[in-house]
Design a protein around this ligand. Structure first.
Ligand SMILES: Cc1cc2nc3c(=O)[nH]c(=O)nc-3n(C[C@H](O)[C@H](O)[C@H](O)COP(=O)(O)OP(=O)(O)OC[C@H]3O[C@@H](n4cnc5c(N)ncnc54)[C@H](O)[C@@H]3O)c2cc1C
Length: 412
């Protein structure tokens, strides 16, 4: 791409950027989606390599599926939706974690969420860890759940933001892959791939969007970069937008990674069942056995543990998971699993993490990040959503909102 021009540049072709691009095109606005990676989808990514099944390395669950716009898009595209309730809404297998103890834990978790939800609007925010029962028996495991949900431990997470997360409790999956639905929604949009945007100069009458492959002149831009990249100024603004950098820094990306293992003699386990590696530790993985009935294990690893394993490399994930599984299922189990796939989202240069959480006291930074600048620089992406952050549908809705604002500004 040499120099070019358009009405609206959409920076980033993930769920938010695709939603925004589609909305602009449908409104008859000329736009260009500029994506750093050689593919669309960003943190939504379905792959097939190494497995006969599609694997969602990023988003897999249509959370709040009864109001999730991606569900309708998937259905309209003829995709099969699986409505099996997720393992986390049922009891896990009673291996290393007796059913009575599980019930006790689930009660403690529910009470924790109730206490978290009791933080009144006028009260000062606190770290979510302040809402744990003092010396509670299940505090470590509740903290582990937080590393799966937020990608970070409770002491780093804003209780107010955590309490604002709005989930209807209906969770479905797309058999052919959630990431595939999102990427397909971008098919046919005007897109440039493999083209990181380096700077947006908004000092003049028109924007100058500088990329590795040339400069695009535009009237407006919708920026959908992960908050961690905005905080690190991997995309620069001239003049600088300090309030955006600060808001983004208050919304760091937590880390959660999925490790996919093939499983021999899988029928021994119930379809869509689950095991916790340990019930007494924060640094433990949760294992989804036979997702969709497939002969696989999907291990979910978050927070400090994921950061440490990422630093040690792919083999460290496998060693960790095998050690936990062997301690639950016996030494022969090691021969039954093989590494299929892992994506380390923390060292991925175009995400540098998995999904955003808010630091204590910073929940309102989501609205600050989403606020347009001069009615021509618009911001979207999961971190901009106050109730659906960290999700693909939250990203979608912020993309639509930013596009609608851009359309309104162009028509005013
Ligand atoms: C392991 C994991 C599991 C998850 N599970 C779920 C789930 O079950 N359900 C759910 O709803 N969500 C889940 N999520 C979260 C969900 O995937 C994200 O919230 C969502 O995809 C974010 O979309 P986005 O458009 O905001 O950001 P992104 O998808 O990150 O899009 C931003 C885009 O900007 C691009 N970019 C970066 N820098 C530049 C640059 N300089 N120039 C141009 N482009 C650039 C990136 O490559 C990327 O494509 C999960 C995520 C992970 C990692």
């Amino acid at each position: 791409m040499a120099s070019s021009e358009t009405e609206v540049v959409v920076v980033g072709g993930g769920a938010a950027g695709i939603a925004a691009g589609r909305r602009l095109v449908d409104a008859g606005i000329e736009c260009l989606v500029v994506e750093a990676r050689p593919r669309l989808g960003g943190r939504s990514w379905t792959i097939r390599d190494g497995s006969e099944f599609p694997l969602d390395l990023g988003c897999g669950w249509l959370h709040s599926a009864d109001r999730n716009p991606w569900r309708g898009i998937a259905e309209a595209a003829g995709c099969t939706i699986d409505k099996t309730p997720p393992p986390w809404r049922r009891l896990s297998l009673p291996i290393g974690f007796p059913i009575e103890e599980q019930r006790d834990f689930l009660q403690a978790l529910e009470k924790f969420y109730e206490r978290l939800g009791s933080l009144a609007d006028g009260e000062p925010d606190r770290p979510a860890a302040a809402f744990l029962e003092p010396s509670g028996r299940w505090n470590n495991l509740i903290n582990a759940i937080c590393t799966y949900v937020n990608g970070a431990e409770l002491d780093r997470v804003s209780a107010r933001d955590f309490g604002r997360y709005d989930d209807t409790g209906v969770n479905y999956r797309v058999v052919g892959g959630y990431g595939a639905v999102i990427a397909r929604h971008g098919a046919g949009l005007p897109v440039v791939l493999g083209c990181p945007v380096q700077r947006i100069d908004h000092s003049g009458r028109r924007l100058r969007v500088e990329t590795a492959d040339g400069t695009i002149t535009a009237d407006a831009a919708i920026v959908t970069l992960p908050s961690g990249l905005l905080a690190a100024e991997s995309l620069r603004f001239t003049p600088a937008l300090h309030e955006k950098t600060e808001a983004a820094a208050a919304l760091p990306l937590g880390l959660a990674d999925k490790l996919f293992l093939s499983l021999a003699d899988a029928d021994e386990f119930d379809k869509d069942s689950r095991l916790f590696g340990r019930a007494d530790r924060t640094e433990t993985a949760t294992y989804h056995l036979r997702p969709f009935g497939r002969p696989l294990i999907e291990a979910y690893i978050g927070g400090t543990l994921a950061t440490r394993l990422e630093a040690d490399g792919e083999a460290a994930f496998l060693d960790f998971a095998v050690a936990e599984l062997v301690s639950l299922l016996g030494s022969g189990f090691a021969r039954r699993v093989k590494l299929l796939h892992l994506h380390r989202w923390g060292v991925d240069p175009f995400s540098r993490g998995s999904y955003s959480y808010a630091l204590p006291g910073k929940a309102d930074c989501r609205a600050a990040l989403a606020t347009p600048v001069d009615d021509r620089l618009f911001f979207a992406g999961e971190a901009c959503s106050e109730g659906d952050y960290s999700t693909a549908h939250g990203a979608y809705l912020t993309g639509i909102a930013a596009a609608d604002r851009a359309i309104a500004a162009r028509r005013s």
